[in-house]
Design a protein around this ligand. Structure first.
Ligand SMILES: C[S@@+](CC[C@H](N)C(=O)[O-])C[C@H]1O[C@@H](n2cnc3c(N)ncnc32)[C@H](O)[C@@H]1O
Length: 205
């Protein structure tokens, strides 16, 4: 999918409202001590992170799409936000390890084919005892992305399949639940879909 082309039109009321629910779900896994360093991977226009801005001392928002990051930067500037930074980058190219207390990501993994490499990378970037919080599309019959001609990712996931992959890359205390049900308009029909969340920890050193 060409996210650069979609960036300027990404912030629909529907997505803004959904992002609030997703941010609430992510927030429910946090300890609320307000001193941590977070990264959002595949931030798009930052819709989710703008709802989480006060939860962290600092948030790095990364995305492959320059267009998405440009939209995010405009909003950071207009709202004079000091603790959110952006980076145009493939997550696989982020250097270092043990850097973040929390990494969260929403609706990104189903676009990624080399999933295991990415999950391993995210695990490496987390500090020991850090948290990875994932929001994803539940297994779907393909209708969700049926209008996106160049979509070549996963038609959602079973929670269990993603949990197994997370175990394989060494993440522990895996919790998962379905938290959101909605309908997406596909031509003249409405397609029901749901989202789930998973929270995992990196082992203490
Ligand atoms: C469906 S959008 C979701 C955007 C946002 N998280 C939201 O929920 O509104 C997926 C985003 O993931 C980004 N993305 C996909 N693969 C990526 C990668 N390997 N590294 C960084 N960003 C990636 C895309 O550019 C796109 O902006």
């Amino acid at each position: 999918m060409c996210f650069d082309k979609e960036a300027a039109e990404w912030d629909t009321n529907y997505r803004i409202n959904r992002a609030k629910k997703i941010a609430e779900e992510i927030s429910s896994y946090l300890d609320g001590n307000n001193i941590s360093r977070a990264m959002e991977f595949g931030c798009g226009t930052g819709l989710i992170s703008f709802n989480l801005q006060e939860e962290f001392e600092e948030i790095l928002l990364i995305d492959l799409s320059k267009g998405m990051i440009e939209e995010t930067k405009k909003k950071i500037k207009n709202q004079n936000i000091k603790n959110m930074k952006t980076l145009v980058k493939d997550v696989l190219d982020i250097e270092g390890e043990n850097k973040y207390d929390v990494i969260y990501t929403s609706m990104v993994l189903h676009h990624i084919l080399n999933l295991k490499d990415v999950l391993y990378k995210l695990s490496k970037l987390l500090k020991p005892n850090g948290k990875l919080i994932i929001v994803e599309l539940s297994k779907d019959d393909g209708t969700f992305h049926s209008l996106d001609e160049d979509f070549n990712g996963y038609n959602g996931f079973e929670i269990k399949d993603l949990q197994d992959l997370l175990k394989d890359v060494g993440l522990i205390n895996i919790k998962g639940r379905t938290f959101y049900h909605s309908k997406k308009q596909i031509n003249d029909k409405y397609h029901e879909y749901s989202l789930f969340s998973i929270c995992v920890n990196k082992q203490k050193a």
